[in-house]
Design a protein around this ligand. Sequence first.
Ligand code: PGA
Ligand code: ZN
Length: 430
Amino acid sequence: MKIQEINAMEILDSRGNPTIEANLWLDDGTKARAMVPSGASTGEREASELRDNDKNRFGGKGVLKAVENVNTIIREQIKGRDFNSQRELDYFLIDLDGTRNKSKLGANALLAVSMAFARASSYSSHIPLYQYLGGSNAHVLPVPCMNVINGGKHADNTVDFQEFMIAPHNADSFRESIRMGVEVFHSLKNVLKSKGLSTGVGDEGGFAPDLKSNDEAVEMIIKGIEMAGLKPGEDVSICLDPAASEMWENGKYKLFKSSGKLLSSDEMIDLWESWSNKYPIVLIEDGLAENDWEGWAKLNSRLGNKIEIVGDDIFCTNKDILKRGIEQNVANSILIKLNQIGTLTETLETIEMAYRNNFNCFVSHRSGETIDSFIADLTVAVNAGHLKTGSGCRSERIEKFNQLMRIEKELGSAAEFAGIKAFKTDNDKN
Ligand code: PGA
Ligand code: ZN
């Protein structure tokens, strides 16, 4: 695969902040484009997202330096060069950057090139991206974990926890599960309306009402599921991402948006245990902060046999950190975000390590997204069984669902919808 040309430009993400897109041509004339997302509640150990910090443009959030790095340093090195594989290109980029966290060229610059090359290579080989990435065994359609109530850093409301998701797992197909999920989303809107609550949405398209407590968010969702004619727990379960690193202050968790109450790590674990007894919860991501490793080990030993315990900020899609997490038994699943690590190959290495150690992989968008649907293909490529990519509205979220419906149609009878077995729950033992 010889790269004929590459260029990048500054575009906007779903929050109206700058991000980077790359266009790449192979010498057979194939052309592909990739766009990079951006997070708000980022992990401390994520690969470096290069921003201009020029306060005169976009409040310092411009990415012209990252764009220039692609258009000069990277272009000069890869234009006209033959790469036999994605791995060869990605390691070439990693070496060219030369830093541990990609701070020289920017993980955003590297990822745009990495994804564009993968997509161009799939076009050039006339193989759909999910199959190009995953081979002919790529066939599992994921349960869409839809973030229907937004709080934390993703919404200006009184809800401390960032994401309240529904998992419509009792379906025969992805298409059917999306229908169930969207019907719950619409009936939740009616529940909120009937109580005089706001139905405006947050960054990921979930509702963002001011609620009296965090519990109330789950209770509203349960009502929404029932109003849609479905059974909580049986048809649709609940997943949470409180993004607890954002609440961690001097060794305590501060419920900063509702009560201002401080909870110890043990009290947070008690809270998750009581919630998982009370509500049909199948997955908790970032229930504790990225630097509370002791707490994570306790949480996983208390709940890890019953529900899926996913590490996002704590692992940052980084295989070295995941290795430590496996050794210390802090979780049973890892969140997968390409831009946390900065190349496709490293992402696939992390996924491989997870699977070899009986961890699940939960593929994820970022809160600042574009219409690029790369993660839809990636989820099927690695048969991850579940993903989170927003709610039942906003095209940058919906495009991933639409792409998954296209993939399901294309796979035909080879497609398998993951259902409840996608999750690490006590059903595993049945
Ligand atoms: P982010 O949120 O993209 O703002 O980091 C997503 C998450 O925490 O999972
Ligand atoms: Zn998260």
